[in-house]
Design a protein around this ligand. Structure first.
Ligand SMILES: NC(=O)C1=CN([C@@H]2O[C@H](COP(=O)(O)OP(=O)(O)OC[C@H]3O[C@@H](n4cnc5c(N)ncnc54)[C@H](O)[C@@H]3O)[C@@H](O)[C@H]2O)C=CC1
Ligand SMILES: N[C@@H](CC=O)C(=O)O
Ligand code: NA
Length: 430
């Protein structure tokens, strides 16, 4: 039966995502009411620039005082879409304290203080939902928190940043320059307010921290995630990758150790074989593999960024939270009972592609091979190309620990015959 009193929603931020949330709330109002069992009313919209024309949003709903809005006391759900740490954190906390549940897309904040916010939500018996915070429109948080709650997840691996995938795809498929591709991603609403968060891997690292915490029922901080961005990836790296039948993607990889006693989380560019499903993830799309004991391998794929796709995930959360308000229930809270330690990057084991500039003279190859052997790093393939007394040597290793590989590279740099280490890239997905 339809409840007549509407559920009141306060929207904080009306930018790329917020404006789409407001639009869908208006255009789909009747369907949302039918699915929830009560009308949902936009009761206030906090913005920074009140003079901007916002089609479809009555002027009387606009305010620049977000704090007063979340303190009103008649608000059922606060939808936080301003981003950043402050004032977002204080506004969410105040919202809980004044009786509202919260939907957010703010991965930076959730990675930094998800535990604290969950604790306040639980204290106040309110919901905190954030499907849009990881992999945009793709249902991933809810499947991990709910659908897979009876299984044991061992690995989460994928592309979780739309902007960098868009840039890498453009560089690879059209030969576009890095800056040109980044400008286009920003214009399309994919990039963060400061795109450094995307290209330096901070955004993907925040998502990895959130995913690892939920997947392994533990707490993984932002500082626990090893992070390398994609600004150093060059056209030469793409050429090398092509030579190996690979492409380059920025990956987030969260793993439970084989003995189950610890976890790792990392973000870095990696070569992956063209035949791997992640290689064909184009533009701002994301794709994430989840491996678990009973389900086996699951793949989640879809738009990872952009106003409307992200708004879809926000609206899904809004419906869930509204349903909970009506039934008097709350959804699942934080689950960090395993308290697994996070191992350092040095213990991660993977394969590597190393490109060296060396002197083109007899014995160099043997010298280089000896350094690898001395550090316990086994070589899979070596390719050598001569150029005017110099040569480039491309070594692909078998699985080795990051610490052994770093030791090898350090020793290689001290050889007279090694002029430089042109690039080091991990090889995943084989
Ligand atoms: N754009 C995307 O594809 C995705 C964005 N997100 C997240 O969604 C959130 C919003 O992102 P976008 O809409 O892209 O950013 P945006 O920069 O387009 O919008 C944020 C809006 O909040 C406003 N704002 C900032 N501080 C405010 C304050 N104190 N009071 C009122 N308004 C304030 C800004 O003026 C701006 O209009 C961020 O947390 C972002 O990380 C998540 C997934 C995808
Ligand atoms: N800037 C982010 C937006 C979505 O989370 C991205 O590009 O993935
Ligand atoms: Na999502």
């Amino acid at each position: 039966m339809m409840r007549t009193r509407p559920l009141k929603v306060a929207l904080l931020g009306c930018g790329v995502v917020g404006s789409e949330v407001a639009r869908i709330m208006t255009t789909h109002a009747a369907d949302l009411a039918a699915r929830i069992g009560a009308p949902v009313e936009l009761a206030g919209v906090a913005v920074r620039r009140p003079d901007k024309v916002r089609e479809g949003i009555p002027a009387e709903l606009i305010t620049t005082d977000a704090t007063a809005l979340v303190k009103r006391g008649d608000i059922d759900v606060v939808v936080e879409l301003i981003g950043g740490i402050e004032p977002a954190r204080s506004l969410i906390t105040t919202a809980f304290e004044h009786g509202a549940s919260v939907v957010s897309a703010n991965k930076a904040l959730l990675a930094q203080d998800g535990a604290g916010l969950h604790a306040i939500a639980e204290e106040q018996n309110k919901d905190l939902y954030y499907e849009a915070a990881v992999a945009g429109a793709i249902p991933l948080i809810r499947p991990l928190r709910e659908s897979l709650a009876g299984d044991k997840v061992n690995r989460v691996l994928g592309i979780v940043n739309g902007t960098t995938n868009f840039i890498l795809d453009k560089m690879d498929s059209t030969g576009a320059g890095y800056q040109e591709a980044l400008d286009e991603a920003s214009a399309l609403g994919y990039a963060e307010a400061d795109p450094t968060a995307d290209v330096e891997g901070f955004d993907a690292a925040a998502k990895a921290a959130i995913l690892a915490g939920i997947a392994f029922h533990t707490r993984v901080g932002l500082d626990d995630v090893y992070r390398e961005g994609m600004t150093e990836v060059t056209a030469a790296d793409f050429a090398s990758a092509k030579g190996m039948g690979c492409t380059i993607k920025l990956l987030a990889i969260c793993e439970r150790a084989a003995d189950g006693g610890s976890v790792t989380a990392r973000v870095h560019p990696a070569m992956i074989p063209l035949a791997h499903p992640l290689a064909s993830v184009r533009g701002a799309y994301n794709a994430v593999f989840v491996e678990s004991d009973a389900a086996g391998q699951l793949m989640f794929y879809g738009p990872g960024a952009g106003g409307a796709p992200t708004a879809s995930a926000v609206l899904g959360d809004l419906v869930a939270v509204c349903r909970n308000r009506i039934s008097g229930a709350t959804g699942p809270g934080a689950s960090a009972y395993t308290q697994l330690p996070v191992s350092p990057m040095g213990e991660v084991v993977t394969r590597y592609h190393i490109s060296l500039d060396v002197a083109d003279k007899p014995g160099v190859l043997a010298q280089v091979a000896t350094v690898f052997a001395e550090h316990g790093v086994s070589i899979d393939t070596v390719r050598q190309q001569g150029k005017d007394g110099e040569a480039s040597l491309v070594v692909v290793t078998h699985h080795a620990s990051d610490a052994s590989l770093n030791g090898t590279v350090e020793a290689l740099r001290s050889l007279d015959t090694v002029r430089g280490v042109a690039s080091i890239m991990r090889v995943e997905g084989e």
